[in-house]
Design a binder for this molecule. Structure first.
Ligand SMILES: [Zn+2]
Length: 680
């Protein structure tokens, strides 16, 4: 306990009383001395006299508030003043309680005990040590943005502002839309169903329940209304507020919420902003919030596509999928792993209590300028829960086709085809081969303001400006089939259908393409010729295919050698033997992985596509129509100089972009098999 009073006799009394109750007491006779003392010895609670020579209680308290080390220490004011204004002022500078002399000893001891406990949980509310440029957007907030768009009406410019909105800049960005704070807060109130109140009644304020610097930083004021504890907030989507409410509820405290404009809260608390990042003192950075942020931050920094959180018998692992490979990044105590999974489940609006049935959820996170969408899927293994988080960047500018790895000729061909008015562009490859990325890259070449693009996706992975993107929502009864049926009614010029998944969607794709719509879709199959075979199995007649299809793009993603450390060496006999099946001039030297600091000692950095584009010109269409077996057709293409995926792969081995064994695994092994035994 630090006790500050200019009356030495009173100090003696306090010391005797408090020591008899087991507190250790440090005394200060004036404000200056008190501020000096806290530098070396941080108390759990401070008892502060208001009227003192030099720095008075208000001054001391506001100085304590400005220092992140002391901002979260509960300060109890002791004064003879009963004036309401003084009380309000005390709370505004950061007091937790206000005792009017004379008071009973018992009251004082009870209060101090109470605030010692308070100090411990307040400590958890401290801003994190490491301030990450990260903010979370829950699904509720995403829905609120949709609601805002609906309320504001069709206005592409405003819609774009809303889509970029984060919970943290809710009010400033709404002002850009021409919405006043009071209009916005009432919309929020209608959306979330929290009552809006126009005016704060000072008699209801109970500032002492939360650290004032926390209240100020997060715009919240504790109140007592109709005998229940309440919180006045302006932004129910703010992650700190969500965390606070969750924490209070977990402690069994019931809290009612009320909405009010942010400036009314600010006026009451004062505008001074407390700097975050307290120095020293570990412990608080162990909070699960901070662990969760660190995991997200690390995943984005490492360009991971997925985060896996695995609880095992005695510990938990956080693993990232980077360039298709899994790597372990954090090894955590089992209970931390469980808390971490719960934390993400809360963000994803999933049921924490349900640990057995698989669940899905989503939320958004904003880091720096980038907006990420995170899709969660939880499952159960015999050893515990397992959570996979897919990281998407829906507002990222799609990469160009040559950036994806297409050759100059291939890019030229695709740019020609994407400007056609009808026909089907079919992108094929196995899972994780980057089909969707290619489609989005193609779609980004389309001027969606002059041509109407309608999509049916499950889920929408990237946002395309001005396109009408429709997402499957099975829970809400919006199925793939229902959306497909509605597409034509929307008068599209171009249609993107997520994938051909059955006979129905295969037929729809052909119908769209042959009735005057440029249509893009994907199919899970290994190459352009097997795609024909797959479509046949889905009930599509070869004549219909020859009629509707513009081209089939087949692709794979292959790990790129790290340009910093890759090593050239002589080609081995086995490598030469493999490569010779696809090129008349196999290289004498090939590049192989080594590993350096820059590539995390893996030898690889990033991935790049290899492609074959089978254009359905008259001759190809004729071959397809003829009904000849697939193997014969493929051999015909190979022999007549069509640039196949194997050619593209070998070319990139020659350039040292890929190592020979990686392209062997990705595509050549399969091609050699095709050469040897016919598909059917
Ligand atoms: Zn390297």
């Amino acid at each position: 306990m630090l006790v500050v009073d200019d009356d030495e006799k009173l100090l003696d009394l306090y010391e005797e009383l408090l020591t008899s109750h087991g507190f250790r007491v440090v005394r200060a006779q004036n404000g200056k001395q008190a501020l000096e003392l806290v530098k070396s010895d941080l108390p759990d609670v401070i008892l502060l006299d208001v009227i003192m020579p030099g720095f008075d209680g208000f001054e001391v308290c506001s100085r304590l508030q400005q220092d992140p080390r002391t901002a979260y220490i509960p300060v109890i004011f002791v004064t003879a003043s009963r004036k309401h204004q003084d009380k309000i002022r005390a709370f505004a500078v950061g007091a937790v309680d206000y005792l009017v002399k004379p008071f009973e000893e018992r009251t004082l001891i009870e209060k101090i005990r109470f605030y010692c406990d308070t100090g411990i949980w307040w400590n958890e509310l401290r801003p994190q040590k490491e301030k990450l440029p990260l903010s979370i957007v829950t699904d509720d907030f995403t829905r609120f943005r949709d609601y805002l768009i609906a309320r504001i009406g069709p206005d592409p410019e405003k819609a774009q502002i809303i889509e970029k909105m984060t919970a943290a800049q809710l009010y400033p960005m709404a002002r850009k839309l021409g919405l006043s704070d009071s209009e916005l807060v009432q919309m929020i109130s209608q959306f979330v169903g929290i009552p809006y109140i126009e005016r704060i009644d000072p008699a209801e304020i109970e500032l002492g329940r939360l650290p004032v610097s926390f209240c100020r930083a997060n715009q919240v004021i504790p109140v007592k209304r109709n005998e229940t504890d309440g919180l006045l907030i302006s932004n129910p989507f703010d992650i700190n507020i969500i965390d606070l409410i969750e924490r209070l509820e977990k402690d069994g405290r019931k809290v009612s919420l009320f909405l009010i404009e942010p400036d009314k809260i600010v006026n009451l608390l004062g505008r001074r902003k407390i700097t975050t990042s307290p120095v020293g003192e570990a412990g608080s950075d162990q909070s699960i919030l901070s662990v969760a942020n660190k995991v997200l931050y690390a995943a984005v920094r490492e360009r991971a596509s997925d985060i896996h959180i695995v609880t095992r018998k005695t510990d938990a692992l956080v693993r990232f999928r980077i360039d298709g490979d899994m790597r372990t990044y954090f090894n955590l105590k089992k209970e931390v792993g469980i808390k971490l999974i719960n934390r993400f489940k809360v963000l994803g609006d999933m049921d924490i209590a349900e640990k057995r049935k698989p669940q899905d959820g989503t939320f958004e996170a904003v880091m720096g300028e980038k907006n990420f969408r995170l899709r969660l899927a939880s499952t159960r293994t015999p050893e515990g829960e397992y959570l996979v988080i897919r990281i998407l960047e829906p507002y990222a500018k799609p990469r160009g086709l040559s950036e994806l790895g297409m050759s100059g000729d291939q890019v030229e061909m695709m740019l020609d085809l994407i400007n056609r008015t009808h026909g089907l562009i079919l992108v094929v490859g196995p899972t994780g081969s980057g089909k969707t990325t290619t489609v989005y890259s193609l779609l980004s070449q389309i001027d969606c303001q002059s041509r109407n693009l309608v999509t049916v996706e499950d889920p929408v992975e990237y946002r395309i400006p001005f396109a009408n993107q429709q997402q499957v929502d099975e829970k809400a009864g919006i199925t793939f089939e229902i959306l497909l049926k509605s597409v034509v009614r929307q008068d599209p010029d171009i249609i993107f259908m997520g994938e051909i998944r059955d006979q129905y969607s295969a037929r729809m794709a052909m119908d769209f393409a042959s009735t005057g719509h440029l249509t893009l879709t994907t199919l899970h199959t290994s190459n352009a010729t097997t795609a024909v075979f797959r479509l046949e199995r889905l009930g599509i007649n070869r004549c219909v295919m020859a009629e509707a299809i513009l081209c089939i793009v087949a692709q794979r993603l292959v790990k790129k050698l790290c340009p910093r450390c890759k090593k050239w060496r002589c080609v081995t006999d086995r490598e030469r033997e493999i490569l010779a099946q696809f090129t008349p001039s196999p290289p004498d030297e090939v590049a192989v992985p080594v590993g350096c600091l820059e590539c995390g000692h893996t030898g690889y950095r990033g991935r790049e596509g290899i492609y074959e584009i089978l254009r359905f010109d008259t001759r190809t269409a004729e071959m397809i129509r003829s009904g000849r077996p697939i193997s014969e057709i493929r051999n015909h293409f190979r022999n007549s100089g069509v640039y196949l995926i194997s050619n593209h792969a070998v070319e990139k081995v020659k350039k040292g972009i890929f190592a020979p064994m990686d392209v062997y695994r990705a595509v050549l092994a399969e091609e050699i098999e095709l050469l040897q035994k016919p598909v059917r």
